[in-house]
Design a protein around this ligand. Structure first.
Ligand code: KG4
Ligand code: ZN
Length: 336
């Protein structure tokens, strides 16, 4: 079966083709212009999706070396995400499938992130624990089997990537802030400032990053620092490294406890923040010590992409799971 997957939940317009579980193409058009506004402007994002969706899908088919007549199904994300953005990919996907007379299936964006670790070999074996860390979400999920998820914990306020972006803004770095902090932190001292590790020793698997962000703000205020005075100083690198270390300690600590309690042999990490080099190193160390297998997606599958949607859709369609054409876009869709 050959499936087209479409992702437009936020600011990436992406389409991919999967045939018999194998990825044939993955085209991502990133809307870089949002950096000018210091964050994503929802209305501009949906208009850009409208402009980009047809050329991106055409390119995905061309790169896969197929025509639309060879497609056996279409999958598109129907939530969670920005409503205007979701509507573009979902409406396109449903219409395309209807026009071709082939089945359609809606995919949960957070479920798709879990599938980003199933694209390449080797793949985690069930059951495994999955941590998805992105600009909009921080979720720790026990995956017992295909499509079988148990939500262990989520963030109560800011997502991990959002904390990176907000702290980067305070430090006078651009948007998105994660890559900038990652780069600066490599030359900084992660033990220079002892920022809090929110909820690290809490019995739940919930996360909270808003207080950590405020701690960075207080540190800047009490030291009389701002973005401009910080530019290129050693202090800037130390703050970036210390903040990043606090986030990494919490993410790794909680995930490893979940792995222990759930007695799994594999740990998977997904989402934009999974690109973070310190997070990768810390997970390699922690899983290595305990003899667990660790899975990170290829860099291009960390941030939002159509490949993970096409694969999730392929697995569903192959098992006869389809959606009605009435399927609605749901900005707050839960993983169930
Ligand atoms: O998964 P994604 O592309 O979009 C959402 O679904 O939200 O994730 C984007 C987030 C941004 O907050 C960005 O700052 C963060 O991922 N990010 C990083 C790194 N690369 C991207 N955070 C930390 N370190 C990185 N290297
Ligand atoms: Zn995402």
């Amino acid at each position: 079966m050959t499936v087209l997957g479409i992702e437009t939940s936020c600011d990436e317009t992406s389409a991919a083709v999967v045939r018999d579980g194998k990825l044939l193409s993955n085209v991502i058009a990133s809307q870089d212009f949002h950096s000018r506004y210091g964050g994503i402007v929802p209305e501009l994002a949906s208009r850009a999706h409208q402009r980009l969706i047809v050329p991106v899908v055409d390119e995905a088919l061309a790169k896969a070396g197929i025509t639309s007549a060879e497609l056996g199904g279409v999958a598109a994300v129907h939530g969670p995400g920005l409503i205007g953005s979701l509507l573009v990919g979902l409406s396109f996907g449903k219409t395309y499938a209807y026009g071709l007379g082939i089945p359609f299936v809606g995919v949960n964006h957070m479920e798709a992130h879990i599938f980003s670790n199933l694209i390449d070999e080797p793949r985690p074996e069930f059951p495994f624990v999955n941590l998805t860390v992105s600009g909009g979400h921080t979720q720790l999920v026990a995956v017992s089997d295909l499509f079988q998820y148990e939500m262990l914990g989520e963030t109560l306020d800011d997502a991990a990537g959002e904390a990176f972006d907000k702290v980067a803004k305070m430090l006078g770095l651009g948007y998105p802030g994660g890559p900038a902090i990652d780069r600066l932190a490599r030359e900084g001292n992660p033990a220079a400032i002892r920022f809090p590790r929110p909820f690290l020793n809490d019995a739940s698997f919930s996360f909270s990053f808003s207080g950590l962000k405020t701690s960075v703000l207080y540190h800047l205020k009490s030291s009389g620092l701002d973005g401009q005075s910080l530019a290129q100083t050693a202090q800037l690198r130390d703050i970036a490294a210390s903040f990043q270390q606090a986030v990494v300690d919490v993410l790794v600590g909680k995930t490893m406890r979940a792995a222990r309690e759930r007695r799994v042999r594999s740990v998977a990490v997904a989402g934009g923040v999974a690109a973070n080099s310190a997070l990768r190193r810390a997970f390699e160390h922690a899983t290595g010590e305990r003899g667990l297998k660790l899975f990170f997606p290829r860099m291009e599958f960390c941030t939002d992409n159509g490949a993970m949607v096409a694969l999730a859709g392929h697995e569903k369609l192959e098992r006869g799971i389809t959606s009605r054409f009435e399927l609605a876009a749901r900005p707050n869709l839960e993983l169930s």
